[in-house]
Ligand binder design. Sequence first.
Ligand code: FMN
Length: 195
Amino acid sequence: MKLVVGITGASGAPYARATLAALVAARKTRPIELAVVLSSTAQEVWSTELEGDLEEHVRSLDIPVFRGRDYRAPFASGSAKWDSMVIVPCSMSTVARIAHGTSDSLLTRAADVILKERRRLVLVPRETPLSVIHLENLLTVARAGAVVLPAMPSFYARPRGVDDVLHSVVGRILDQLGLDDPRTARWGTPAKEVP
Ligand SMILES: Cc1cc2nc3c(=O)[nH]c(=O)nc-3n(C[C@H](O)[C@H](O)[C@H](O)COP(=O)(O)O)c2cc1C
C-alpha cells in the first residue's frame, strides 16, 4: 500500500501527529509506503499548537517529506499508482482548491491525481461554523469521490483525556484507509487496553 499524508494550515496539528503515529504503528504489521506533503502554512500552525519542527518530526518517523511545488514527487503522477491520500487537518482553502482542480501546489496536485485515478482521498476538515461556500466545496469534492471526514470526536466511549479524543477521529481515518488502529473504540465492543 502506498499512502500519502497531506498536512495543511488548518487547526488540528495534534490530529496530524496522532495519525502519523497510528500509521507508523500500522506499518509494523503490513507493508505501507508512507510519504508526507506539507502546505506552505502547515509549519506555522504546527508550531502554534505543538512543540518543535514539523518536517523534523516527520523525518524522525522515517517518512520522506515533500513540500511546495515539487511536482517531481512520485505521487504527483497517476502512473506511480499511489493508493490513497489523507489530508489531516485539511483547511477550507485546500478544500476549495481541490474542488476546483487548481493543482497549484504538490499537495493539491496529489489530491487531484488521486481523484482522477478514482483512488481513495480522505479529507479531514476542522473548520466551524461552515459557510455556504465551504459546504458547496465539500459537496463538490464528495461528489468527485473524496471521503469528507470532519475532525468531530465522539464521546460514547467516555474518553479519558485528549489522546482518547484524538483517537476517536484517528481511528475513523484509519478505517477509511482500510487499516486498523487497535485503540479504536467500537460501539458494542469492549475497549482494548493499548499500552
Ligand atoms: C493558528 C491557525 C489556525 C488556523 N485554523 C484554520 C482552520 O481550522 N481551518 C481553516 O480552514 N483554516 C485555518 N487557518 C487558516 C489557514 O492557515 C489559511 O487559510 C491558509 O491559507 C491555508 O493554506 P493551506 O491550505 O495551503 O495550508 C488557520 C491559521 C492559523 C495561523
